[in-house]
Structure formats: C-alpha cells, structure tokens
Design a protein around this ligand. Structure first.
Ligand code: HEC
Length: 176
C-alpha cells in the first residue's frame, strides 16, 4: 500500500510542471518548427504583384495645373503593348470589371454608377476628346485618375492598363 502511494506521489510530482505551465525539453511547441511563418516568406512575389514602392514611372501631380501639364507631356509615353487581338480581348475583360460601371458597355458614360454623377459625368469614350488623345495620355489618366475618376495603378498593372487602352481605342469612337 505504502509503495503504491509513493509511486502515485512521484507520478503527481512529475506532472506538476505541466499543470504550472512549464514544459519538458521534449515537449516542443508546434510553432517551433523550421517551416516559414506567416509574413516571413522569402518566396519571390507572384506574377502581377504590385510593388509597394518604386516601379511606377508616371509622375504624381499635386494640383490641377500640374496634372494638365503632365497629361500633356504623357503623350510622349510609348505603349509597350501592341493592339493585338489578345491584348484587346484582355482589355475588354478588364474594362468590364473596372470601367463599365461608370462609362457603360458602349463607353457612353451611362453605366449604372456613371448615371449617378451630378457634377461631372464620366466622359463618353467615343468622343473625339478621348479618341484623339495619345495612348500615353490615356495611360496617364488610368494611372493617376482625374477628378472623380479613380486611379487604376493598384487594380491594374501597367500592361493590363495598356490592354484596356487598346480596347478603348479599338472598340469605341467608330459609330458616331
Ligand atoms: C467611378 C466612376 C468611373 C470609373 C469606374 C472610371 N471612370 Fe473614367 N471618368 C470618370 C469621370 C467622372 C471622368 C471625368 C473626370 C473629369 O474630367 O473630372 C472620367 C474620365 C475619363 C477619361 C477622360 C480623361 C481626360 O482626359 O479628361 C478617360 C479616358 C476615362 N475616364 C477612362 C476610363 C477607363 C478606361 C476606366 C477603367 C479603367 C475608367 N475610366 C473608370 C469616371 C469613372
């Protein structure tokens, strides 16, 4: 009987550290493993990732005058994405996701959200005003936005923006 009691006491004593929150050397926590933890990944960013700094070469205007000057100068930016059928198809896809809500399926500025604008409506993309702009100027607008028009440098990477521009130029402005 005594012997049993002694063994039981010994067992309880051995278990004491556990109940106190201590642990045995072999009692390693699951987090202490060589795998990478969240936010620690050294994997290269996936395709289409947007850099948090750098990478954007289109200047940031501070006021309307600067915006107009930069918009003018942006005519010199050349498109690296030619208007192939693939690019236009991709552009249509991105246009329908990002622009249609305001500019409408036919580019008339009559999308469901566009109709709600009271001060300045989204422009009709068929108009000469947009169609005569250089590709680089449209790229500037998509990158930096204008007035109530949001910028797209986060939602669309540069080549996707050029795809949208190829679509806007090839799809609209022919049926005046
Ligand atoms: C939330 C509504 C909204 C969305 C979404 C939107 N636009 Fe606009 N867009 C506007 C408004 C409003 C203007 C007029 C801005 C002004 O002149 O103040 C405008 C103007 C423009 C212009 C003419 C800019 C200039 O030179 O004056 C172009 C080109 C244009 N949008 C293209 C696009 C494209 C392409 C997309 C999608 C990537 C898009 N917009 C998404 C509201 C929108």
């Amino acid at each position: 009987m005594r012997g049993r009691l002694r063994i039981l006491t010994l067992l309880l004593l051995t278990m004491l550290p556990l109940s106190n929150g201590w642990s045995y050397p072999w009692d390693q926590d699951m987090v202490d493993q060589p795998s990478e933890k969240p936010q620690e990944s050294v994997a290269p960013p996936g395709p289409g990732s947007v850099p948090t700094h750098g990478g954007e070469t289109v200047p940031l205007p501070m006021n309307d005058e600067q915006r107009d000057a930069m918009h003018e100068a942006a005519a010199a930016i050349e498109s690296p994405v030619s208007a192939t059928e693939e690019s236009i198809t991709r552009g249509k896809y991105f246009y329908e996701i990002n622009c249609l809500v305001c500019h409408g399926a036919q580019g008339r500025g009559d999308g469901p959200v566009g109709l709600k604008f009271v001060t300045k409506a989204p422009v009709d993309l068929n108009d000469i005003y947009t169609q005569e702009q250089a590709l680089g100027q449209l790229f500037f607008t998509l990158t930096r936005g204008k007035g109530k028009m949001p910028f797209y440098r986060d939602a669309l990477n540069p080549s996707e923006r050029w795809d949208v521009i190829n679509y806007v130029k090839s799809e609209f402005g022919h049926n005046e």
